[in-house]
Design a protein around this ligand. Structure first.
Ligand code: B16
Ligand code: MG
Length: 217
């Protein structure tokens, strides 16, 4: 039976976390407090709205609905300025090898990301042509760890969820994949992503023979 592959974006395909961090830090500083790299870990895989809620908690700031919306927009404008400067050199190591491996075998590929900026980012780094379906923050109502994003991706690929493989760098994303009944593969720190079925530091550690074994589950 046909397998389907679903990739998270931030932390799996590109390292945009550093740009999210710079944009959130700028907002925090404007509001009069510090925002550290460690605190930014909590933001991975989490929606923009939830990130701002956490940021304001850190700064102990109460916002009106209007201020909240203004800051959401401001952060995104700053983030997009960084995205605008991106190019293919920022694709994480061996991502293209894995995408090509799957494409050569006509395996359907989807993106499953919390970001509302997923499409422009894929365009910027020239990876859009690899994806048969893009499911992102604009298509989902429930954030990871809810499985919605991955279930929609499986439906779009016309592949049974039990035959889908998900690459994820966030705990919430691994949980979402597991809840969707998919094979979860952690990309990053195995201690943090311990709920994943398999773990790799990055794609350079993932052999073609391992990929081959995923095609014939
Ligand atoms: P945006 P992923 C997530 O992307 C990021 O990890 C998370 O830090 C970010 O807040 C979220 O996208 C929303 O991004 O503000 O661009 O809509 O890891 O799910 O690809
Ligand atoms: Mg991610």
């Amino acid at each position: 039976k046909k397998a389907g592959f679903i990739f998270d974006l931030d932390g799996v395909i590109v390292d945009t976390a550093k740009y999210h961090y710079l944009a959130w830090r700028k907002l925090a500083n404007e509001l009069g407090f510090e925002f550290t790299k460690e605190q930014n870990e909590l933001f991975k895989g989490v929606s923009r709205k939830r990130c701002l809620e956490i940021l304001l908690d850190i700064g102990k700031i109460k916002a009106t609905q209007e201020q909240f919306n203004t800051w959401m927009v401001e952060k995104n404008v700053d983030y997009l300025a960084y995205i605008d400067q991106m190019n293919a050199s920022e694709i994480l190591p061996d991502v293209i090898r894995v995408l090509k491996f799957l494409k050569d075998r006509d395996i359907p590929i989807a993106l499953g990301s919390a970001s509302k900026n997923a499409k422009p980012i894929l365009e910027k780094v020239n990876l859009l042509p690899y994806f048969d379906s893009i499911v992102d923050g604009n298509n989902v109502t429930k954030a990871k760890p809810d499985p919605e994003v991955f279930l929609i991706a499986a439906k779009n690929l016309e592949v049974d969820p039990s035959l889908c493989v998900v690459f994820e760098d966030a705990v919430a994303g691994i949980q979402a994949a597991n809840r969707a009944g998919m094979l979860s593969i952690g990309i990053g720190d195995p201690n943090i992503l311990s709920e994943a079925a398999f773990n790799f530091k990055d794609f350079t550690e993932m052999s073609d023979s391992f990929l081959e074994s995923l095609l014939n589950q």
